[in-house]
Write a protein that binds this ligand. Structure first.
Ligand SMILES: [Zn+2]
Length: 491
């Protein structure tokens, strides 16, 4: 009896084993078929806005349907267009979903994405060269279709919902994923984690799988390592840094942990030689089985939190919008007069003007440094005529202001600091100034003011007062004073 039981168990075990094998075998076939079809010549390298891209899209939609992946709206398509030089280019993301089963997590999503566009073709020496883009990124598209199929065919395995997105226009600058983030069909803050599968067909050559940015999810590296232990998979680059050259970037920039699933730059990158037959389909099965398990685990985690460094980087980016070092033109117009601090009178005002360049360096969210280099025509009406001089003025100011209203490049600030003025010519009542005997060439003083910058335009009011004497002779003290309205334009 025992013996029969044992034989039965052995029989069942071998059957189970065979069954898994057969399943893996089918998986490998399906992955390979996706890549083969997406790289076939009739798709002409899936160039943006071409009929080849349209054929790729039709295939992916058909596969989503066949897999049981649900559309979010009426169909799977997210249409948009973007400007490239003078033309508007139409583009389409393909978006599907598999619902999770945990009632507590029913509003939350994990996204798996892969861009399906590639470089199209070119013509060299009268010969058409098709960039079929097998590793980049038919491999990633095949991966998300099959992961979507697995979860759609095994309902109840997922806690959170899974979004499956084939992005368009990645090669033109991550435009599909940017559009998705800005126009997400689900509340963007409910997407707790995203994976971009971009070039996953070189596992063996790469001797492992990169999960770049895994630690942008709090505890992400630990969770990945735990699952990797159950699979014979070698995880290589993980860590906190979110890859900026794939669809992870737009997600990371709004604070969503984002992971580049990647087997390295091992294929003939962006060359016509990146072809179907070079890919490692056994490796793609290995990655699939690992990700299947990992997504299951992640979808049930009670909370998916951003890492502290991701939160910090998003804060920094949003408050530094437009606050990189900047330079521009500046024009000040107003009046000036001479003060005689030891007398009962002072000079009358005269039109003053100065103009030149400014340079700004942000020091923190609220502090900045500004240096101006100005040609300065200033003076005053005095007893016996007008005093006029030509100078170069260099104010160096500390700015203290708002971090940028609502993440926009709109700032209000106060500023103050010393200036140096070098006078090179001038007249008093029509006679040339005598710098050898009467007047100082150098002048020091201070500036205080208030400014408002709205995108590229700067407006402000500046008051500038000398502390050093206009005259060489200290028997009489004359101090210059100016008030200006300023307008500026950032380059
Ligand atoms: Zn790519």
């Amino acid at each position: 009896m025992l013996r029969i039981k044992l034989i039965l168990i052995l029989f069942l075990l071998s059957f189970a084993g065979k069954f898994t094998y057969a399943d893996d075998h089918n998986l490998k076939d399906r992955l390979r078929t996706h890549v083969k079809i997406l790289t076939s010549d009739s798709l002409q390298g899936r160039g943006l806005g071409t009929t080849g891209a349209e054929k790729a899209r039709d295939y992916i939609v058909e596969q989503f349907q066949d897999a049981g992946i649900q559309p979010l709206g009426e169909d799977y398509l997210q249409n948009f267009s973007f400007r490239q030089n003078l033309a508007w280019i139409p583009a389409i993301n393909i978006v599907g979903m598999v619902e999770g089963s945990d009632p507590l997590l029913k509003d939350e999503y994990i996204l798996i994405g892969a861009h399906y566009d590639h470089l199209g073709y070119d013509i060299r020496n009268d010969e058409k060269r098709i960039f079929s883009g097998a590793d980049d990124n038919a491999s990633g598209v095949a991966a998300i279709i099959e992961l979507g199929r697995f979860f759609a065919q095994n309902p109840g395995l997922l806690g959170r919902n899974l979004l499956i997105v084939a992005f368009d226009a990645e090669e033109s600058g991550l435009i599909g994923s940017k559009h998705f983030v800005e126009n997400s069909p689900v509340p963007i803050e409910n997407i707790k984690l995203m994976f971009s599968f971009d070039m996953v067909g070189m596992y063996e050559t790469n001797k492992g799988l990169h999960l770049r940015g895994m630690a942008s999810l709090d505890q992400g590296d630990e969770l990945a390592a735990g699952v990797a232990q159950r699979h014979e998979i070698n995880l290589r680059q993980t860590g906190e840094n979110i890859e900026r050259r794939t669809d992870t970037q737009p997600f990371g920039s709004v604070g969503i942990p984002a992971v580049h699933v990647y087997t390295g730059q091992k294929s003939p990158y962006h060359k016509p030689e990146d072809q179907y037959h070079l890919l490692d389909y056994d490796g793609m099965v290995t990655i699939h089985l690992f990700m299947e398990d990992f997504l299951k685990v992640l979808s049930h985690e009670s909370e998916l939190r951003q890492s502290a460094s991701l939160i910090a980087s998003v804060l920094k980016e949003s408050t530094f919008v437009g606050r990189r070092p900047a330079a521009g033109f500046l024009l000040n117009t107003g009046t000036g007069f001479h003060r005689y601090p030891d007398e009962f009178f002072q000079g009358k005002t005269l039109f003053n003007v100065s103009g030149g360049f400014y340079f700004q360096i942000p020091l923190s969210q609220i502090l900045g440094l500004q240096l101006d280099a100005l040609y300065d025509f200033n003076g005053s009406q005095i007893a016996g005529g007008n005093f006029r001089r030509h100078s170069l003025t260099f104010p160096l100011n500390i700015q203290f202001g708002t971090p940028g209203l609502q993440g926009q490049d709109i700032r209000l600030f106060l500023f103050s600091g010393p200036y140096y003025r070098l006078t090179f010519a001038g007249t008093i009542a029509g006679e040339a100034l005598d710098f050898d005997n009467d007047f100082n060439i150098d002048e020091w003083g201070y500036t205080i003011g208030v400014g408002l910058s709205v995108f590229r335009v700067y407006m402000g009011y500046t008051s500038r007062r000398a502390v050093t004497n206009l005259l060489q002779n200290d028997e009489m003290k004359i101090l210059d004073s100016n008030g200006y309205f300023s307008i500026g334009y950032r380059f």
